[in-house]
Write a protein that binds this ligand. Structure first.
Ligand SMILES: [Zn+2]
Ligand SMILES: [Zn+2]
Length: 186
């Protein structure tokens, strides 16, 4: 008896494995929530389409997915919702031979993505990795973000006219100025 499949991004490909090479199926994706990584959180559902195709020896999964993640502006550190688009292409090999029901010898290819014992293809991990890697190095709240004041850290978007008197501009010189003041007073 086969258990109903409730896991997100998991597909039973038993009948596809029995189909002729070249046969494919597409599935709409609508995932409300998926833990991505310790420091990466979704800000929108994952939407798109997964296409599973039977090749001579495997199942080839391709997916075009869009979502958004919670991020921060690189310049001013404000929270930013960053849209993310990923394309995934994964080949998954059987772990059980569909005809004989016997385990497949995996010694030659120990590191490839495998279908499980019930011919389930679980794409959650490849999707997690693709979304984590898609976060841009530079995220901006707006293209012309002014960032934070390098002296005191105030948000320059809120206070564009903000400036410091000349002697305070370089914090590395602050100690020297203080020392001079002290030696002058003696
Ligand atoms: Zn910003
Ligand atoms: Zn400042």
């Amino acid at each position: 008896m086969r258990r109903p499949n409730r896991a997100v991004l998991s597909y039973n490909v038993a009948s596809l494995l029995r189909s002729a090479p070249g046969t494919s199926r597409t599935y709409p994706v609508e995932v409300e929530a998926l833990p991505i990584a310790e420091d990466v959180n979704l800000a929108a559902p994952i939407e798109g389409e997964v296409r599973l195709a039977r090749t001579g020896r495997s199942i080839l999964a391709t997916a075009e997915l869009s979502t958004a993640i919670e991020s921060h502006c690189t310049r001013c550190l404000r929270p930013v919702v960053e849209p993310i688009n990923v394309r995934i292409e994964e080949e998954a090999l059987p772990s059980i031979d569909i005809e004989s029901g016997r385990p497949v010898d995996q010694t030659d290819e120990p590191d490839v993505l495998r279908l499980d014992q019930n011919h389930e293809l679980d794409l959650a991990q490849p999707v997690r990795e693709a979304i984590s890697l898609a976060e841009p190095i530079t995220v901006l709240c707006r293209p012309d973000c002014r960032g934070l004041c390098s002296v005191c850290g105030v948000d320059l978007n809120e206070d564009p006219a903000h400036e410091h008197a000349d002697e305070a501009i370089d914090p590395r010189l602050a100690g020297l100025a203080e020392w001079r003041e002290r030696s002058n007073s003696h």
